[in-house]
Ligand binder design. Sequence first.
Ligand code: FE
Ligand code: FE
Length: 203
Amino acid sequence: MRLALIERPYSIQPTKERGRLMTRAAREERKSRVIEVLNKARAMELHAIGQYMNQHYGLDDMDFGELAAQMKLIAIDEMRHAEKFAERVKELGGEPVTLAASAVETGQEMEVIFAFDTELEDDGIAAYNEFRTECEDCGDSVSVKLFDDIINDEQAHFNYFDSVDAHIKKLGAAYLAQKAGTSSATGLNTQGFVARRSGGAPV
Ligand code: FE
Ligand code: FE
């Protein structure tokens, strides 16, 4: 009986081995397809970070503190997204891209900023849904979950930008007057390398 058990795998090995090799090649192919969409998404995040931080400085300079603060917080969300995509790319054996998908538009006027960002988030949601489908086709449930979580965040960004844009269009100066001179504080006490080394004292 024991002998039969040992011999059996040998008798079916050629077929099994062929199947296993094909599966491995197919699996590698699927991984590279997932890495490609993760990197496309990462490049879009890198663009969003630059774009929103640029708008943050602009809004702060125009003294619309509250709008500047929200913009900074959204940029930080995008930094987290870029990092999460990179971590998953590394997990799959790929190399995270370092270049943004598009150039940052600078010097935008108030009337442009929130309409522009609403469209950016809308485009992002549409693209990420396509990328999610690609991950699903490739059988990568971890990357599907990552896209699900990030699409939820992008929807929250879209809702915020869309509502501010609508207020600016409908209420104009009356709305902006409420935002002028407000604080740009985010309430964050993030510690960088230097602050952490000097015992966590706020800088
Ligand atoms: Fe994002
Ligand atoms: Fe976003």
